[in-house]
Design a protein around this ligand. Structure first.
Ligand SMILES: Cc1ncc(COP(=O)(O)O)c(C=O)c1O
Length: 484
């Protein structure tokens, strides 16, 4: 039974392909997103004339880690090695940079992974359906953007306390916006709204927490990009020690599943907020790291591949946002040997990127990684989406002074402890798997048989490596029908 698409609806496929032909929409394959050299020259030649964030169908080809804003084409994987003087650990930490995706965050990829299988199989009919994007963060921005490029109608659902930038941008690209009560970790309220909308067959909900297209994108595209970033910076004796990903929907962490196929000894570390330590100790609560930690274990999290959990204090993340982006912060970092350019590059880390950085510090200390060890991680979005947070902190806490910078660097990074860090054994992983029961079986209509199937490693192998071939075939057929 395929998990990525429903049964094919030839009539809708033909109709949708016709729409795409009229609008000049070509849907990239996952192979093209992974390796832009595979994109036909006729398409590549047009890309420099299209702005990175334009609502232009060709931007579907920019759902890629390799965008080069200088040329409008593609280069090597966008990645940043954090300066050793910032990290304070021997291991090297390299993060993929999500800021260079259209929308400024990699979630356009997850949304693409969820929408496209249903579009090319005819399950989603753009003339009938509205695509609903429930999200606490960038996923609904990504979904709304992808819909705009593909000519589909989008409804974004997100908590009312999310940053102002997100709401303004969504409205500006024509999405319908629904604000649900609460903050980052109020996912139940989002689900309730989805259930209400789903009662109307006009709405098709793309739930990133349960759609396998989400981790599929990261397995097929983010994982290989991370491997390339590692290979390009690898030193003679260097080895890949860990992949760290803060989990929201647990899509990104599937890149770790891919990396493990190449580096079986490495560890996959899931990060979350200390204020909502669901993976660490079945905890709950509100927190301020936008995009992650939602008081439940996502259906699509292959917990059997997660080796450790790091619960990171959200206050530490906010303090580093200031250290990394205020003048006094840069002054202090320069005094520690960080160059001007390196200081500026720290604005490529949004709050969850900073959370990943701190989880990497904990992992390096816990596993005693040395200078030959490399930790890969992801900087999902950048300061661009949190400027209002910086302004808020300036107003609430006052100007950022030299003393604040010295305190934050010492307390948050140099003395980041092992609290909230746990290595997982077999039963710890099984406990996380079992926790899915309460959300997914009791509340969201999954069966116990389906849940049990998720514990089988071959279940995931089928999705990530066997179903992709037929899906790529469907995309190619669809494009042919659309006159590519
Ligand atoms: C800013 C940010 N960081 C991290 C994540 C978590 O990524 P994932 O949902 O793939 O686990 C998200 C998800 O929306 C996000 O928006």
């Amino acid at each position: 039974m395929p998990k990525l698409t429903g049964p094919l609806n030839e009539r809708v496929i033909r109709k949708t392909a016709g729409r795409c032909r009229e609008r000049g929409v070509v849907i990239p394959t996952f192979a093209e997103l992974r390796d832009p050299d595979k994109i036909p020259e006729a398409i590549r030649n047009k890309l420099p004339g299209v702005g990175m964030d334009d609502l232009h169908p060709l931007n579907l080809f920019r759902i890629s880690w390799k965008n080069d804003p200088g040329t409008g084409l593609f280069g090597s994987v966008n990645a940043l090695e954090l300066p050793a003087a910032v990290m304070g650990v021997e291991a090297r930490v390299i993060g993929l940079v999500g800021q260079r995706f259209p929308t400024g965050a990699h979630k356009v990829g997850a949304a693409f992974g969820c929408l496209v299988p249903r579009l090319v199989s005819g399950e989603f009919d753009p003339e009938v359906h509205k695509a609903v994007w429930p999200s606490t963060g960038n996923y609904c921005r990504g979904g709304a953007f992808d819909c705009a490029l593909l000519g589909c109608r989008a409804v974004a659902i997100l908590p009312e306390e999310m940053s102002r930038e997100r709401f303004e941008w969504l409205r500006s690209i024509g999405a319908e916006v629904i604000a649900t009560p609460g903050c980052e970790s109020n996912v139940k309220e989002i689900y309730d709204k989805c259930r209400e909308l789903a009662a109307d067959p006009l709405y098709m909900v793309f739930n990133q927490f349960s759609e396998f297209g989400n981790p599929l994108f990261h397995y097929q595209v983010t994982g290989p990009a991370a491997e390339e970033a590692f290979a390009a910076r690898r030193r003679e004796k260097g080895s890949l020690a860990a992949f760290v990903a803060a989990t929201g929907s647990a899509g990104t962490i599937a890149a770790g599943d891919y990396l493990k196929t190449l580096h079986p000894g490495m560890r996959v570390v899931a990060a979350e907020a200390w204020q909502c330590p669901t993976l660490f100790m079945n905890g709950f609560g509100g927190h301020r790291i936008e995009g992650i930690g939602d008081k439940h274990v996502p259906w699509v999290h292959n917990v059997r591949q997660t080796d450790a959990v790091a619960a990171v204090d959200d206050e530490d993340c906010l303090r580093l946002l200031r250290l990394f982006n205020e003048e006094a912060g840069h002054r202090h970092l320069r005094s520690l040997g960080v160059s001007e350019e390196e200081c500026r590059s720290l604005s490529l880390l949004g709050l969850s990127g900073i959370c990943n950085l701190l989880a990497a510090v904990k992992a390096a200390r816990f596993f005693e990684f040395g200078r030959e060890d490399v930790i890969l991680t992801v900087f999902t979005d950048s300061l661009d989406l949190y400027r209002s947070r910086l302004g808020d902190m300036r107003r609430e806490r006052g100007e950022y002074r030299d003393m604040d910078a010295a305190r934050d660097q010492a307390a948050v990074i140099a003395h980041q402890g092992l609290d909230g860090f746990k290595e997982l054994g077999y039963q710890d992983r099984k406990a996380l798997h079992n926790l899915k029961y309460f959300t997914w079986v009791e509340q969201q209509g999954k069966t116990v048989e389906e849940l049990n199937a998720l514990w089988r490693p071959d279940y995931w192998r089928e999705i990530f490596t066997e179903e992709i071939g037929p899906l790529e075939g469907l995309i190619a057929d669809f494009n042919r029908e659309a006159g590519r």
